[in-house]
Design a protein around this ligand. Structure first.
Ligand SMILES: [Zn+2]
Length: 534
């Protein structure tokens, strides 16, 4: 039998067959239609999203003798001979990372194409090249011969030197959407006469996490006999609970929908799902959310502290060798118990009970100067600094908080919605309100934790942009309304206890080291992902 794996068989052979990358396809086709081809392209994005297939189709179309509306004709000598064309040179940098290969490549680059219009180099996994290989490539990219085109693909753009990046037109390939994946799975199944249930299609799409190659490989494995593919079969095959169910549970956790959460666990307690697989899948999803929170890209209600507690408790469960009860009971209690952590307790002891100690604590605890610059450390430093800044500014706001100042500031805040300031800032202002103010301090209340984090991460720039409307020396800090309500309660209690608030000098907080220069350079060059084809 001449069996071809599904992924290869259904690999697109024309631009119209590429799924989920409409923008990139359109830009590449425009380049061909208007005959504005660059010498170097870089395709970036997760694996299985069509980078290599697109590179080949692009190469084929560039060399086609009669392209029609930016699509290869499929009939000319160049199209027919494309598969063995000596003018298309494919290099897998993962296996050819020696400098010798690149040197050879460079020697040959000067030789004109033998048949086609262009000599096209497709370099896959370009980030795997050695530094000296990059240097050799760079020399060619600096002055490429007219007939040479480089199409590079990578899953790890951060490992590609900026000197190479700056000479390429860059296209970011997106994860393929669930819908697009489902459509393609359904299409392949109908072409191949594979019978499959709708929920099985859905689960395969979920499991493949945006990669078409993974989706079709899964389908390959599951269709090895002629039985219908069902959700049960997939779950048995992977010994697990479906990713969709995990996402459902997390959604209920986010919404604090306790009743629905209970129902999920009633179901789980009655199944034979391996609880260890369940925990591992939950941890994977929760870790992802934790990272989103750290990068201010999360819009749900879970907090970092809550996720951390859940993961630590899960670890405890995994460490228990002998569980004499249904493990799902423990898992359920872990999730429900995560709502109880009182993130305010620490803050209360530090600032509101013993102000003298508070200053010490603030000084001692700030990040040391010489911390290695690793992304996570930076994020952590920034986070620690903002947490302390938050405590100090809340405290300082309470020192001179007055109702009439708040009213005045609230009116100004409202007016800022129509001010000519950055549109991001306008949307922050529209999605928040001032909840407390003294003449020099104001607390911004936001519905979501994530918006508060976002505002605080840019608090200085934001303040600079709007401060002229307020007092000269105004300081802002943002809090979610949940956090604010807790702070307010503490404030009221402290007033009753006749506690006197005293100003804390925030300049004693050490700012995190700023090592973002190179990153800024990269964004400066590439902030416009949608680069115009020249
Ligand atoms: Zn052709």
């Amino acid at each position: 039998m001449n069996y071809k794996v599904l992924y290869r068989k259904y690999r697109p052979s024309s631009f119209s067959g590429i799924v989920g990358q409409e923008y990139t396809v359109k830009m590449l086709q425009n380049a061909i239609i208007h005959n504005k081809i660059s010498h170097a392209y870089l395709f970036t994005g997760p694996r299985g999203t069509g980078k290599t297939s697109t590179a080949k189709i692009f190469a084929k179309t560039i060399n086609c003798l009669n392209p029609v509306n930016g699509e290869a004709c499929g009939q000319c000598a160049s199209c027919l001979g494309f598969a063995d064309s000596p003018d298309i040179i494919e290099i897998d940098a993962a296996s050819n990372n020696g400098v010798d290969d690149v040197r050879e490549l460079i020697n040959n680059v000067k030789i004109a194409p033998s048949e086609g219009k262009y000599k096209i180099y497709i370099i896959d996994e370009v980030h795997m090249m050695t530094q000296s290989a990059f240097n050799a490539l760079l020399l060619t990219l600096e002055e490429p011969p007219k007939h040479a085109i480089f199409i590079m693909a990578t899953t790890n753009v951060e490992n590609v030197p900026i000197t190479i990046l700056s000479r390429c037109q860059r296209f970011n390939f997106q994860k393929i959407s669930l819908n697009d994946l489902k459509k393609q799975i359904q299409f392949v199944c109908s072409e191949e006469n594979i019978s499959i249930t709708d929920d099985a299609v859905e689960e395969i799409a979920y499991l493949s996490e945006g990669g078409m190659r993974d989706a079709l490989s899964l389908l390959d494995q599951l269709s090895s006999n002629s039985e219908e593919i069902t959700l049960d079969k997939i779950l048995t095959h992977y010994g697990s609970i479906s990713t969709k169910s995990i996402k459902d549970i997390i959604e209920k956790l986010e919404n604090q929908d306790i009743a629905a959460l209970e129902q999920c666990f009633d179901d789980l307690e009655n199944t034979s799902n391996d609880y260890k697989v369940f925990i591992k899948k939950m941890v994977k999803e929760l870790t992802h959310i934790a990272m989103l929170i750290k990068y201010n890209r999360y819009e749900g209600n879970l907090t970092f502290a809550q996720i951390k507690k859940i993961i630590f408790d899960f670890n405890e469960i995994l460490n228990k060798t002998n569980i004499n009860m249904n493990p799902y009971v423990l898992i359920k209690l872990t999730l429900l118990g995560s709502y109880d952590i009182d993130q305010m307790s620490e803050r209360r002891t530090i600032i509101f009970k013993e102000p003298e100690k508070a200053k010490e604590e603030v000084k001692v605890d700030v990040p040391k100067k010489e911390i290695p610059v690793v992304d996570e450390v930076k994020v952590q430093q920034q986070d620690d600094y903002l947490q302390k800044l938050k405590k100090v500014r809340i405290n300082n706001c309470f020192v001179g908080a007055k109702k009439d100042i708040l009213t005045t500031y609230q009116e100004i805040w409202k007016r800022l919605e129509n001010a000519s300031i950055k549109s991001d800032y306008v949307s922050w202002i529209m999605d928040s309100s001032l909840v407390a103010a003294s003449s020099e301090y104001a607390i911004i209340g936001t519905k979501l934790d994530s918006l508060a984090n976002l505002i605080n991460s840019k608090i200085q720039e934001f303040t600079d942009e709007i401060k002229k409307e307020f007092a000269e020396n105004i300081h802002f800090i943002a809090l979610s309304m949940d956090d604010w309500n807790k702070e307010k309660q503490i404030y009221v209690k402290n007033l009753k206890d006749k506690y006197t608030y005293q100003l804390i000098d925030e300049t004693e907080l050490e700012k995190p080291k700023n090592e973002e220069k190179e990153e800024n350079m990269i964004t400066d060059v590439f902030s416009h992902d949608k680069i115009e084809v020249v």
